[in-house]
Write a protein that binds this ligand. Structure first.
Ligand SMILES: CC(C)(COP(=O)(O)OP(=O)(O)OC[C@H]1O[C@@H](n2cnc3c(N)ncnc32)[C@H](O)[C@@H]1OP(=O)(O)O)[C@@H](O)C(=O)NCCC(=O)NCCS
Length: 164
């Protein structure tokens, strides 16, 4: 899949200064937003890896991914792309880069949970060859809304390529 998209910037490590922008993008992408303190808390956790794609003017973020690596397993905790920067390959690049980092840190598999109704994200992960491993019934619960199932997806990480 690499080479099929042109990205305006390569993924790079998030810094402490990106915390507010990540929280802002998270709020744009999800109905249960993480505030700045929640993002900072996740990033402080041992094994956390956070990568961002910066807009060409560097003032804004086009996207972020937050993962966690524990022993030989890695997990995508959150992935979000600014609405104006979607379908440009940013998410694919971020997942690939996280996969490469995780592999280099000893992880053999990459997992994630995605809402069963999140068609764009499911299409993305199918394209990246994640397989459906299970369903967590009623996993996403929010006041005033129907509970939604989560799909558990995963794939093996491979030498050099990570996820591509
Ligand atoms: C899902 C999301 C991360 C995709 O980010 P993106 O940068 O637009 O994805 P990419 O450009 O890397 O897309 C790669 C492929 O995934 C699939 N895909 C991505 N978005 C899609 C959409 N809206 N509809 C159908 N397929 C889609 C396509 O196959 C696409 O390749 P193509 O553009 O050549 O057709 C983005 O829409 C987003 O941030 N959504 C809100 C937050 C979210 O759902 N996060 C994931 C939670 S697990």
């Amino acid at each position: 899949m690499r080479g099929q998209h042109i990205t305006s910037a390569a993924p790079c490590n998030a810094t402490a200064d990106d915390t507010a922008a990540i929280a802002g993008l998270h709020a744009q992408c999800f109905s249960l937003p993480w505030d700045e303190a929640a993002v900072a808390d996740v990033l402080r956790h041992p094994g956390s890896v956070a990568l961002v794609v910066r807009a060409p003017d560097s003032a804004r973020l086009h996207g972020y991914i937050i993962g966690r690596i524990v022993a030989d397993e890695a997990e995508i905790l959150s992935l979000g792309i600014a609405e104006e920067a979607r379908r440009l390959g940013h998410a694919s690049g971020l997942v690939a880069q996280l996969g490469e980092r995780a592999y280099a840190m000893g992880a053999a598999r990459l997992y994630l949970e995605v809402a069963a109704g999140n068609g764009p994200a499911i299409a993305l992960y199918q394209r990246l060859e994640f397989k459906r491993l299970g369903v967590r019934r009623g996993y996403y619960r929010q006041a005033g809304r129907m509970a939604e199932d989560a799909l558990l997806l995963g794939r093996d990480l491979v030498s050099n390529a990570g996820v591509d």
